[in-house]
Design a protein around this ligand. Sequence first.
Ligand SMILES: O=C[C@H](O)[C@H](O)[C@H](O)COP(=O)(O)O
Length: 255
Amino acid sequence: MPVQPVQVAVAAAALAGKSAKDAGKLRAAYAAVDRHVKDKQVIGIGSGSTIVFAVDRLAERVREENLTVQCVPTSFQAIQLIRQHNLPLSDLSATPKIDVAIDGADEMTPDLACIKGGGGCLVQEKIVAYNSDTFVLIADGSKESDALGTKWTRGVPIEVIPMAYVPIQKQLEGMGATAKLRMATSKAGPCVTDNGNFIIDAHFGALQGDSLAPAALEKTLCMIPGVVDCGLFVGMAKEAFIGREDGTVMHYTRD
Ligand SMILES: O=C[C@H](O)[C@H](O)[C@H](O)COP(=O)(O)O
C-alpha cells in the first residue's frame, strides 16, 4: 500500500502546550480536513479524541472560507461536537449519501484494516463509514501496527444486545479469546453504548492466520446472534493520515 509523507500547515498557536502524541493527532486531523473537505459536502463526523481536532479545523475552515457543509454524527459525542462548533447537524435520513467520513482508530495496519470502538462507539461509525464515498482514518503514530491485536491488546470491541452477553462471552472464550464485559467508569455496572447495548472486549492475540485474519474474524463475529457489530473495519478506509511524534504526517492510500 502506498505511504508517503505530506505537508500540513498548522499555526504554532494550535500546537502550543500539546504533547507530541496530541500534536500528532492534530496534524493528522488537519491534514485530512484540508485535503478532503470541500464546499457543499456531507461529512461524516467520527468519535474519540482525534476527531475533536478535525472538528476544530472543520469549523475554522467553514468560518474562514464560508463553506456550506452538512455533518452526520457517529455518536452522541459527535452530536455535541457539531453543536458546540455551530456546524449544521444532519443525519442519514436527511442526507443518506456522505461524501467523506473522517474518524479515528485504535490500531491500523498498512492495508488500512483497523480496530475501532475503544471509546464505545463503533456501530454508528461503521454505518456512516459504509455510506461514505470516502472513509478516512486519522490517528497518531502509536496506532500504526503490522498486525491487529498486537498493539491494541484490550481486545476487539463487540457491541451486543444485553440479554445475550453471557452466551456470547462463552462463545468467544470457546474461540480462544479473553472476553471481558466492558464496565462503566463513574457509573456502577456495564458500559452502555449510545444504542443501549453492552460491549464485550475480546482479545484473540495477533489477528493472523485463516480464521483469525481480520476479514474472516469480522464475518464470524457478526454472525453470532446478539452481536450488533464489531470494531473490526476491514476494506472500508481508503486513506489514512498518521501524525507521528517526530512531526511528520504519513499519508496511506489503499488501491
Ligand atoms: O469508540 C471510539 C472510536 O472508535 C474512536 O474513533 C477510536 O477509539 C479512536 O479514538 P481516539 O481518536 O481517541 O484514539
